[in-house]
Design a protein around this ligand. Structure first.
Ligand code: AHM
Ligand code: MG
Length: 334
């Protein structure tokens, strides 16, 4: 008989491994699934729901806010802020920490997220996603402050992402392996489809925006040239795959093996992607799956953020590919 394990069932069973678990984490996760189902429905009907395009406003990073960005933000905040398990939320789309409603008790968890990553692709039916990381506040009570969020990636309690693609998939880890769940739209439940995901030690794919080649460091240029060399034994040349939607690029490389690179460049000296909302959650997942993530010099999860919106160069994927990239950086000294 086919096992049909829902995400909520899986989380309840997983929580039995954590003595003293209060059930708050399970409720948080159940609310994440509710919010993501609502966002998926909206993404799916975006073309007919008059929700495509820009809101006309600009976010904290100077980027245009898409209507769906705003919808995803409001949905996650609306659903999660009433749970009583959060002390605060921080998002790519809001300037400061999001306060929980006055009539809801404050909890111990901190939720950092990118509500709709890759949203500039939405108007052309390319997959987008939500990325999230969960920390426990170190001390204090009441509303979380920005300082509460400045914890290193390695202190994360759980992280995950949802890809809104040809199907919706939620992938997460609490430090006990990475598991993937596919939404069965006929019953509205995320069902376990990918148990204990491991990223191949070495891949055959690389993902980088090669349009920026002339802005790259020597190490980055040399590394990409190296991947293109004809060398059958070393599994080269690698194939280029770049969607321009981090969640989708990461998801594909996680399952197939490969390396994603958004390095620092002359226009983005600190990289483009965000440490809290993108790099930390995905780095925790990739390490749990046997891969690695670096900013070129440091392990991403060791970094302590200076502010919630900090950007970071991100090189992430199969372990041996990330190590090879590091060798190129060490050789060039940059
Ligand atoms: P967003 O969070 O505003 O959507 O921006 C992040 C996106 C990632 O999904 C993607 O990897 C990257 O930006 C693409 O950037 P570029 O167009 O410079 O290649
Ligand atoms: Mg993003």
């Amino acid at each position: 008989m086919k096992e049909y394990i829902t995400l909520s069932r899986f989380i309840i069973e997983e929580q039995r491994n954590y003595p003293g678990a209060t059930g708050e984490f399970s409720s948080l996760f159940s609310d994440i699934t509710t919010a993501s189902k609502v966002v998926y429905r909206e993404v799916n009907r975006a073309g007919i729901a008059e929700i495509l395009g820009s809101t006309g406003s600009i976010n904290v990073f100077g980027e245009e806010v898409q209507k769906l960005d705003e919808f995803a933000l409001k949905t996650f905040v609306g659903v999660l802020s009433r749970g009583g398990y959060l002390a605060g939320m921080a998002s790519e789309e809001t300037v400061s920490v999001i306060k929980m409603p006055d009539d809801v008790p404050r909890g111990k968890y901190l939720f950092a997220f990118d509500p709709l990553d890759g949203s500039s692709n939405i108007d052309v039916n390319v997959s987008v996603g939500t990325i999230f990381g969960i920390w426990k506040r170190k001390d204090g009570e009441g509303d979380a402050s920005e300082e509460d969020f400045l914890q290193p990636g390695k202190d994360i309690i759980a992280s995950g992402y949802v890809v809104y693609g040809s199907s919706a998939m939620l992938v997460y880890t609490t430090g006990r392996g990475v598991h993937g769940f596919t939404l069965d739209p006929s019953v509205g439940e995320f069902i376990l489809s990918h148990y204990d995901i491991k990223i191949p030690e070495k891949g055959k794919l690389y993902s980088a925006n090669e349009g920026y080649y002339n802005r790259w460091s020597k190490a980055m240029k040399n590394y990409i040239e190296y991947l293109k060399e004809e060398d059958k034994e070393a599994g080269k040349p690698y194939s280029a795959r770049y969607i321009g939607s981090l969640v989708s690029d990461f998801h594909r490389n996680l399952l197939k093996g490969g390396i994603f690179l958004y390095p620092a460049d002359s226009k983005h000296p600190k990289g483009k992607l965000r440490l809290l909302y993108e790099a930390f959650p995905l780095s925790y997942i990739v390490e749990q799956a046997g891969g690695a993530a670096t900013d070129g010099k440091r392990r991403i999860l060791d970094i302590v953020p200076e502010n919630i919106h900090q950007r970071i160069p991100l090189i992430i994927g199969s372990k041996r590919d990330v190590e090879k990239f590091r060798e190129f950086v060490e050789k060039e000294g940059e």
